[in-house]
Design a protein around this ligand. Sequence first.
Ligand SMILES: CC(C)(COP(=O)(O)OP(=O)(O)OC[C@H]1O[C@@H](n2cnc3c(N)ncnc32)[C@H](O)[C@@H]1OP(=O)(O)O)[C@@H](O)C(=O)NCCC(=O)NCCS
Length: 285
Amino acid sequence: MTVQDVTKIVLRDMTEDDIPSVADLCFEQQWPHREEDLEKLLAIGGGMVAEADGKICGTIMAWRFGQSFAMFGVIIVAVAQQGKGLGRQMAEAMLARFEGVTVLVNATDEGIPLYSKLGFVPLGKVLQHQGTAPVQPLVELRSGERVRPMGAADAGALETLYSSATGMDRKALLDALLADGSAVVLCREHVQTGFAVIRRFGRGWLIGPVIAPDAIGAKALIAHWLGTQTGSFCRVDVPEATGLGPWLEEVGLPEAGRVTRMVYGPAPVPGEDVAIYGLAAQALG
Ligand SMILES: CC(C)(COP(=O)(O)OP(=O)(O)OC[C@H]1O[C@@H](n2cnc3c(N)ncnc32)[C@H](O)[C@@H]1OP(=O)(O)O)[C@@H](O)C(=O)NCCC(=O)NCCS
């Protein structure tokens, strides 16, 4: 890439007016994000766009979780501009805004070389499972356990579970997700031990976050939402280490792709009693 090519490009903050152009870049990548999804992502975080001759040719977004952590996502360079250093330029510019903060990203195979060169290291895989929701798969809960709708009094407990499962402050994110979605709670002897949110996203419904003490609880939560959406398109993004992949295949939600979770800085340390079984979105972790 020549220096001349780089200097034609202007980086600036993303605004709501840019969303249709960001959606066009997603479309070029065959990513499912609707304008509504991108508006929501921008409202709860921030972003930058790269412009060449007044036309948007690159995007990057970021979300902060408390003082110590952030996620990057929606990192796209228009196909015609790829391989000329723009991806690195945008990622470095965004990293400069998060000095001293650990940054995570769920990287596509195309993104891995860029993040590796910047010093990100892999932490594991996240599997994207999706399809037409089957009739609710049966998952037997243990005695004393049940799945019930979320009530207003649950909010504090769910924020604590979400933050513990991810090792990051997820209060603001959960509030934002609940504004657009619905949640069910997993209880053991009336104590909240997990929950799952469902909301509209992309081609249909996205089930996530799914937070649970173990795989049985997570399956019960996911099965609940699949049962309410039988016949509709549903998606759930699960860390490979949860072992939920084969079960999702069995119940009719095949794997559609996978990304690599990568970290720049000290990785977050989740609590021991609860884990994340489904992501709020690939971009949000
Ligand atoms: C990933 C993406 C943003 C990278 O943007 P880009 O402008 O093409 O990347 P750059 O030209 O800045 O290259 C970044 C670095 O990765 C290196 N790189 C790129 N592809 C590589 C490959 N296949 N093998 C090894 N290194 C590679 C480049 O050499 C460069 O390293 P350098 O800066 O040390 O020279 C772009 O390819 C893209 O939009 N892909 C589709 C959407 C996507 O998958 N986004 C990532 C989401 S996490």
